[in-house]
Design a protein around this ligand. Structure first.
Ligand code: IMP
Ligand code: MG
Length: 199
């Protein structure tokens, strides 16, 4: 285990098993459909890479990168598109792949934006779901795991751009961000200065 990790929340093996299950469900539901897996950069990359290989159907992959403006308490959900889709989606079934749902603001904004482009259908698949009160309710169609309201890293998730390459999901030791206050607060202080929060 990495020295900055307090507890492994979801092991490599648990991830492997659950991703295979999700892949089988998705393959079952999207037979004969023009499926586009749409991943959000950067956090969802390991998940979408494993998930895509667990779906035994023809499919396309694309990515969007977004940054959200924050206010003093949370991300505002007002999103700037850093990288957009390559083409129109009105003839495709979109499955949006996320790493984690926290406040729900970012996902809510993305869903709104994609709906306006008239896809044949739009569903959400998230690896993790934080057990907390949402600011925006979002309905997740395929969910990997529900986790406690703790700051986690690994399998795509970062703290200050690090730990994305850990093969498991773990809780970060407090000493890693001590002095900076909690990781969420660190983003807030950046947001307060009017900067963009990369998600
Ligand atoms: P929200 O749902 O708009 O609050 O933002 C979700 C985004 O915040 C995710 O896509 C992550 O990039 C980031 N995030 C939220 N919780 C965590 C965490 O525990 N670890 C790492 N990133 C997180
Ligand atoms: Mg993200």
């Amino acid at each position: 285990m990495h020295e900055d990790i307090e507890t492994i929340l979801i092991s490599e093996e648990q991830l492997r098993v659950r991703v295979a299950e999700l892949g089988a469900m998705i393959a079952h539901d999207y037979q004969e459909k023009n499926l586009l897996l749409l991943g959000t950069l950067k956090g969802a990359v390991p998940f979408i890479a494993d998930l895509a290989r667990a779906i035994s159907l023809p499919l396309e992959l694309d990515y969007m990168a977004v940054a959200s403006y924050g206010n003093s308490t949370e991300s505002s959900g007002v999103v700037r598109i850093v990288k957009d889709l390559e083409g129109p989606i009105d003839h495709k079934h979109i499955l949006l792949i996320e790493d984690i749902i926290d406040s729900g603001l970012t996902l809510h904004y993305l869903v709104d934006l994609l709906q306006r482009r008239n896809p044949l259908s739009l569903r959400i698949c998230s690896l993790l779901n934080k057990e907390r009160e949402r600011i925006r309710e979002v309905s997740v169609d395929y969910l990997g795991f529900t986790i406690p309201d703790k700051f986690v890293v690994g399998y795509g998730l970062d703290y200050a751009q690090r730990y994305r390459n850990l093969p498991y999901v773990g809780i970060l030791k407090a000493r890693v961000y001590e002095g900076e206050s909690r990781p969420e607060k660190r983003h807030e202080s950046v947001a307060e200065k009017g900067a963009l929060k990369k998600i």
